[in-house]
Design a protein around this ligand. Structure first.
Ligand code: 7PM
Length: 274
């Protein structure tokens, strides 16, 4: 299975590891843009050395309750980092829901758009359609400001599947080929722990949509709820969750702890490879 990401062709015959690069002041003490650019580029290079197959660069935290960031602020955070990584050999994904940020990031070299809003913003479908980049369409219920207040579903698997089916149809109608579409149930985006566990147990359901599935469970509050661990103590739980997602068909896992996840998936591949 080959996945088209701009000039890259990703081989999905083995599960891939997407490394997370958050370029947000809350990840850097000084809040200074220059320092955070340098640090983000160094972090990106470290994750590549650790074995990341793709990097996801984001300038606005989409955690529950996260403050929104202006388009200008987001651009000032992510563009210097993408430009500083022009020489790298792994594809770069831009984690944004703003079409203008997508456009600028694509111009700077991003070959995938990771949109937690599934291209619903005005102009987002056209922006991706007019390029050759890949897109990840993710499900969320509500907005980061409200989504974790009272998540509710009749049947979370059915409703997430129906939403993704509709967004895939919208993307295809806009001229985005299926070969460059990925889908994602959006763990933690308007879901209780119960809903997240139902989605993980039933991940195979999404095979019905016939597209590669991306899963992001790394260090999420669901893992904290089950283990009692704080966010920077969730590496073991995150590696376990990544393995369980791959076992249930995930094609890409979006993680903080690249080195450890790469090792875990090497063991998985030793058992499951050709
Ligand atoms: C709640 C907790 C919401 C943590 C978001 C987060 C995903 C993503 C993020 C995901 C895709 C965080 C994440 N999570 N993109 N971006 N899938 N495609 O690590 O699961 O802060 S942000």
């Amino acid at each position: 299975m080959i996945f088209h990401c701009g000039k890259f062709q990703l081989d999905l015959s083995r599960p891939l590891v997407m490394g997370i690069i958050n370029v947000t002041p809350d990840s850097f003490s000084d809040g200074g843009r220059h320092a955070s650019t340098i640090a983000a580029i160094a972090h990106a290079r470290q994750l590549i050395a650790d074995g990341a197959d793709i990097l996801d660069i984001g300038g606005e935290s989409t955690r529950p309750g996260a403050a929104t960031v202006s388009e200008q602020q987001e651009l000032e955070r992510v563009l210097p980092v993408i430009e500083g990584l022009r020489d790298i050999s792994v594809p770069i994904s831009i984690d944004t829901y703003k079409p203008e940020v997508m456009r600028a990031a694509i111009r700077a070299g991003a070959v995938m758009v990771n949109d937690v809003n599934a291209l619903q913003a005005e102009g987002a479908l056209q922006t991706v359609a007019q390029s050759d980049v890949a897109v990840c369409l993710m499900h969320k219920q509500g907005t980061p400001q409200t989504m974790q207040q009272r998540p509710a579903y009749q049947n979370v698997l059915d409703e997430v599947t129906a939403f993704l089916r509709e967004r895939i149809a919208a993307a295809e109608a806009a001229g985005i080929a299926r070969e460059r579409i990925m889908i994602d149930p959006g763990f933690g985006f308007g879901k209780t722990v119960e809903h997240n566990l139902d989605l993980l147990c039933g991940l195979q359901t999404f095979r019905a949509l016939g597209l590669p599935v991306l899963v992001g469970l790394s260090r999420k509050s669901m893992l904290g709820a089950i283990t009692g661990r704080e966010v920077d103590e969730r590496m073991a739980a995150s590696v376990a969750a990544a393995l369980l997602a791959v076992q249930r068909g995930a094609a890409i896992v979006r993680v903080h702890d690249v080195r450890e996840t790469v090792d875990a998936l090497k063991i998985w591949n030793a058992i499951n490879g050709e």
